[in-house]
Design a protein around this ligand. Structure first.
Ligand code: ZN
Length: 133
């Protein structure tokens, strides 16, 4: 079962918590046990799972990515957003979740983050839910 969700981002580089979006779609699907694939269909955005308790973790990941791949550091890509493409490839475009008892199995401190690297924009998130029986 495929869900198509829209994500609005407000900054050029930003992590948007989409944990509840994914959990709500799993509930809506009525699937109790299976796999959920969350996929970002963009070349300058990605998705990751990391700590959502302390917001400084998001800030640290973003600031270290900026140091690793600075904006406008003499890239070949003429569009001016080469750093965005590189950051998106480092982070990746999908995460897989285990569904048990109708909820995503996540650690206590884990959250799912849509990772914007060329915002602000209106983005899409695909959530495919696959029952195991
Ligand atoms: Zn580009």
């Amino acid at each position: 079962m495929l869900f198509n969700h829209s994500v609005k981002t407000g900054r050029r580089n930003e992590f948007v918590d989409v944990t509840f979006v994914v959990a709500d779609r799993i509930k809506e699907s009525k699937v109790k046990s299976g796999i959920c694939v969350v996929y970002v269909p963009h070349t300058t955005a990605g998705i990751t799972i990391n700590e959502n308790a302390d917001p400084s973790v998001k800030a640290d990941i973003l600031s270290q990515l900026e140091k690793l791949v600075p904006y406008g550091a003499g890239y070949s890509h003429m569009e001016g957003n080469a750093d965005s493409h590189i950051k998106a490839s480092i982070i990746g475009h999908s995460v897989h979740l285990i569904i048990e008892e109708g909820s995503p199995v996540l650690g206590t401190w884990q959250g799912i983050f849509f990772c914007e690297f060329d915002g602000p924009r209106s983005r899409r998130l695909y959530i495919e839910i696959i029952p195991d029986r």
